[in-house]
Design a protein around this ligand. Sequence first.
Ligand code: NI
Length: 164
Amino acid sequence: MFVTIKQFQTEFIEHATNTQNLFNALTDESLDQRITEDHRSLGELALHIIASYNFIGLLGLSTPTFELDEARLSAEYIQAEYNKMINAVLRAVVTEWKDKTLKKKVSIMGDELQNGAALRFIINHSIHHCGQMTVLMRQAGLRIPGLYGPTSDDWVEQGETPPI
Ligand code: NI
């Protein structure tokens, strides 16, 4: 769990920057990419990541609630909504909480956890779905930016042979 706001801020900015790069590689045509009809499409995974930040509101922070506007759905809409949400989350945590707030316990859907652990959970959850997105992005033929390590596209672009 996070014990200081600074610690959260540093990691959140790194994660949000990586994820924004990933979302920026999406195209309108790729949003319906899916493995089977029973699983989320690439666009649905991205929207799920944005909507998962609605959870932050349950911690008492004044963050916006994301609601999908079907009529505006596009890669550009997803990229802009993600950007809006992460900036709001970062601003809220940094301005509304102190280090000691991270130790306070909060009850979420029957589970009691500390705020610092809840923030850790929300980032881990996003990483989990980003990994799923990269598989669908590969299937859709997109150029995949590195997240927590280089993708094979990064290696090739640097003139290297991707390791097996
Ligand atoms: Ni999820």
